[in-house]
Design a protein around this ligand. Structure first.
Ligand code: B3K
Ligand code: ZN
Length: 854
């Protein structure tokens, strides 16, 4: 199957200290001339092997002389070389306008741009396209001056000029050696929003965000976020920017969020463009987070890169941890933690529990593009967080300083990072390393008993890591658990918080001075990415939801209470909702709480997360249980929801943590008003929709209406569509909102939308907005007749012909088949088998589909 194994890593036989690239840019035929200085790196005597994909060499020269003893093996260009240092020149021709994969050099809305991570550079020119070959790049671009007035590449601009024939040229040099995946160029008719940043050592940096002329006003938030991120990285990690310019370009066609190319980040426009009329609070937050993430890569990724792609989490896990810290510092750290944990549970826990589970440092892959996963990114970030918790802030900072100093300018491994954590702290992390090699989410049983006569409490902890593909037996992991005990009568903490390092299969912890019945608060702040199985009663969870002094633990207690209730209702069908209703009422009544926190705390767990708790997912029963509880909450707390809805202060839109919290609580309250079945719910929602002066309120109302069957629903969807015709990011919301609807006929409506003139698979954002969102709609996607599975498979097969990487990302909902009844499981397997049997299937989709069949 062409799988690549971590253990087969060998250092490169040849290095490329210098690379000079000349691009004669044209959408139909771009000529690329590459001049590489190559030096032998081992005694093997191996020929030079350069990766390529989809092109043929038009010429190969060695030390200035054309040769013809080169050969093509697979897609590699093999050049026999006698000496230890040579200059290799190749010429190829590529067609950016025909590049639908959006890897390599491609065209997006008239802009020529590149995407090279992980293995896109080989689609541009022949090169050892692996992250441990670091080279200094000099780039010359020649292009039509009218069509492509702006020419950008990595590093600093060095020269530019015009030619007689209407073309012009620009040269850029990047002084920092970098792997090929960080190469970038952009040519287009772009306008810029410029900023200035002075680093802590006094270096002036010209910042530029480049977009279509009409979009410049929408880049202010991104530019501000960039300035905040640059200052934050200096303050928190001591990391300073190192070039004279930092450019960001936004394009509409992009396979993922953004890319950290040295000095020239290229972004999906959805993570740059925002104004209150078109972007939600969620979008604003995501823009700041992604801008910061890509900027932070300048150190965690670019100055220190990965030795091989098995080390991907070295840069991604660490950089997610860094961007999470940045976002936490911009507003409510508690709410940010809640959002991050919710995201981990929505995406990473299911991955870790299914056929696509893999360790944070994988052992093998067929297509590396499939490993840009929630496990590498988000679980990887949790590993860094655990080390930071174990070391404490000072030792952690000393360890990151050591890492940045020692490995600057090199391609490093996860092991190098952990070794720095050990060296700077004096701690032994031998057993902790299992987090990098063992897949699966650990389960921790926690049971607290009270020996009233002795004034003692005993906590029994036991851990179990479930089997995952290729890993039947697991060893106990190191789990840092923040724990505190509260008194059920007084509501007071009984002693300080403790950090317990559970590193054995089972362990017992004794608490003294426990004079009243104790209630356990465990894994506070979600200090370890595990599933806690505790025997705490509904009453104890309700107690914690009101009294715990850790906001995350309060949220968590409420979630657990809701989850226990919903799971019981799903299985037994007889709801007992009282404890949840009381706890939600108490939370709504507590005026000391941040509205943003309240909004998160009163939200029910998703249908998908409820399903993940069950051995067999019954999507209809889960939907009924959840809707039943929503309705009961809506009815029993009707006055409180109205009050919460009205309470938000009126006034023009501002983007601030407080204003965001009010808007969030308002839209959650609106959801409960609608869930209660109130006669005026659609009227209220429609009024909000019409009067909103911002997209958060407008889309919140639209989402509520889209779940129902009112006339207002059709009116609102229509108004929304026409108001934003031509604004592709907002039209994506229009598709997505309908694909996420809880209506009974969503499957049919989504199939109709796939035939809408504005639907196209060629644009990844649009494909994700409809097909991706539908895959996340547990009830609609899992329709008993298999129509959802057929739809997804049809779209995925069609998309694979254009863009394998984005197609493969749509597949995971089908991988859950083992969790469903035999009828649904057979239908899902049928869809997967049909995908695997498709002639000409990409290896991206083949890997995901064949592994899913297991
Ligand atoms: N490093 C890129 C992701 C590249 C994905 C390639 N399949 C963006 C990021 O994580 O910052
Ligand atoms: Zn990243």
């Amino acid at each position: 199957t062409g799988a690549i194994s971590r253990h087969d890593y060998r250092p490169p036989a040849w290095l490329v200290p210098e690379t000079r690239l000349v691009f004669d840019l044209d959408p139909a035929a771009t000529r690329v001339t590459a001049t590489l200085s190559v030096t032998r790196n081992d005694a093997s005597g191996d020929p030079l092997r350069l990766d390529g994909a989809g092109q043929r060499p038009l010429a190969v020269r060695v030390d200035g002389v054309a040769i013809d003893d080169w050969r093509i093996e697979g897609e590699q260009l093999v050049v026999p070389l006698a000496g230890d240092a040579h200059t290799i020149e190749t010429e190829v021709e590529i067609a950016p306008e025909r590049n639908t994969q959006l890897m390599g050099l491609y065209a997006s809305g008239g802009i020529l741009c590149t995407q090279c991570e992980a293995e896109g550079f080989r689609r541009i020119t022949y090169f050892p396209d692996r992250p441990d070959v670091l080279s200094r790049y000099a780039v010359r671009m020649v292009a039509d001056a009218a069509r492509y007035p702006v020419l950008l590449a990595n590093g600093d601009p060095v020269a530019a000029g015009t030619l007689d024939d209407g073309r012009h040229w620009a040269e850029w040099n990047d002084p920092f050696p970098k792997p090929s995946y960080l190469f970038a160029l952009v040519a287009g008719d772009l306008a810029v929003n410029r900023g200035q940043f002075t680093t802590q050592s006094g270096r002036g940096v010209d910042l530029g965000i480049w977009v279509r002329a009409g979009d410049v006003e929408k880049t202010r938030h991104a530019l501000h976020a960039l300035e905040l991120a640059m200052a934050w990285d200096e303050r928190v990690y001591g990391r300073e920017y190192d070039l004279d310019v930092f450019n960001i370009v936004a394009v509409d066609d992009f396979n993922f969020g953004a890319m950290e190319n040295k000095g020239l980040n290229i972004f999906n426009s959805r993570y740059i463009l925002a104004d209150p009329d078109t972007a939600t609070d969620y979008d604003y937050d995501a823009i700041a987070a992604v801008v910061a993430h890509e900027y932070f890569h300048n150190w965690s990724g670019n100055r220190i890169t990965c030795r091989d792609w098995f080390q991907l989490s070295l840069k991604e896990g660490f950089t997610v941890y860094r961007d999470q810290g940045f976002s936490a510092d911009q507003g409510s750290a508690a709410v940010k933690r809640i959002e991050d944990v919710r995201g981990l549970r929505a995406a990473q826990f299911p991955e870790d529990a299914g056929p696509l589970a893999h360790p944070v440092r994988p052992e093998s892959y067929i297509e590396i593009g499939n490993f840009y996963t929630a496990t590498i990114y988000n679980k990887g970030a949790e590993l860094i967080r655990m080390m930071a918790t174990i070391l404490g802030p000072q030792a952690f900072r000393a360890a990151t300083d050591l890492y940045f100093t020692r490995f600057d300018g090199t391609a490093a491994t996860c092991e190098d990072f952990v070794a720095c954590m050990e060296e700077a702290s004096g701690r032994d992390l031998t057993q902790f390393r299992l987090w990098y090699s063992q897949a699966g989410t650990p389960r921790v049983a926690a049971s607290l008993s009270h020996q009233a006569g002795d004034g003692r409490a005993t906590l029994r902890l036991a851990q179990h890591v479930p089997a995952t593909p290729g890993q039947p037996d697991k060893q106990p992991m190191v789990l840092p658990l923040r724990i505190r005990v509260f008194g059920a009568e007084t509501g007071r903490a009984l002693g300080d918080e403790q950090l317990v390092l559970l590193d054995e299969a089972a362990s017992t912890i004794v608490f003294d001075g426990i004079t009243e019945r104790p209630v356990l608060s465990v894994n506070r702040g979600f200090s370890a990415p595990v599933i806690i199985e505790s025997d705490r009663s509904a009453a104890d969870l309700a107690f914690l939801s009101a009294h715990d002094d850790d906001p995350f633990a309060r949220y968590e207690a409420m979630q657990q209470l809701m989850l226990d209730t919903l799971v019981a209702t799903t299985i037994e069908g007889r709801p007992d909702n009282d404890a949840v209703i009381t706890a939600v009422a108490n939370t709504l009544d507590d005026r000391t709480l941040d509205p943003a926190f309240v909004a998160e705390a009163v939200l029910l767990p998703s249908e998908g997360f409820i399903g993940d708790q069950l051995a067999m997912v019954d999507p209809e029963a889960i939907f009924r249980a959840r809707e039943g509880l929503r309705r009961a909450l809506g009815l029993r707390l009707a006055d409180r929801w109205r009050d919460a809805y009205e309470r938000a202060p009126d006034g023009p839109y501002v983007y601030s943590p407080a204003a965001k919290g009010h808007r969030r609580l308002r839209s959650v309250a609106l959801g409960y008003i609608a869930a209660s079945g109130a006669d005026d719910a659609a009227t209220i929602a429609f009024r909000q929709f019409e009067r909103a002066d911002n997209m958060t309120d407008r889309q919140g109302a639209l989402g509520t209406l889209a779940n129902g069957y009112s006339d207002e629903r059709e009116a609102a969807l229509d108004i929304f569509y026409h108001r934003y015709a031509g604004n592709s990011l907002v039209i994506d919301k229009w598709f997505q909102t309908q694909a996420l609807s809880s209506r009974d006929d969503t499957g049919r409506l989504v199939a109709d939308l796939a035939r809408h003139p504005d639907f196209t698979l060629a644009n990844p954002n649009r494909a994700r907005a409809l097909v991706g969102a539908f895959g996340a709609n547990q009830r609609a996607f899992n329709a008993a007749d298999g129509s959802g599975y057929r739809f997804l498979a049809d779209q995925l097969i069609a998309l694979d012909k254009l863009n394998p990487q984005t197609a493969a990302k749509l597949l995971p909902p089908l991988a859950r088949w083992r969790r469903f009844d035999s009828d649904r499981a057979a239908l899902m397997r049928g869809a997967l088998e049909r995908i695997v049997a498709t002639p000409g299937l990409s290896k991206d989709v083949f890997e995901q589909a064949s592994k899913s069949l297991g």
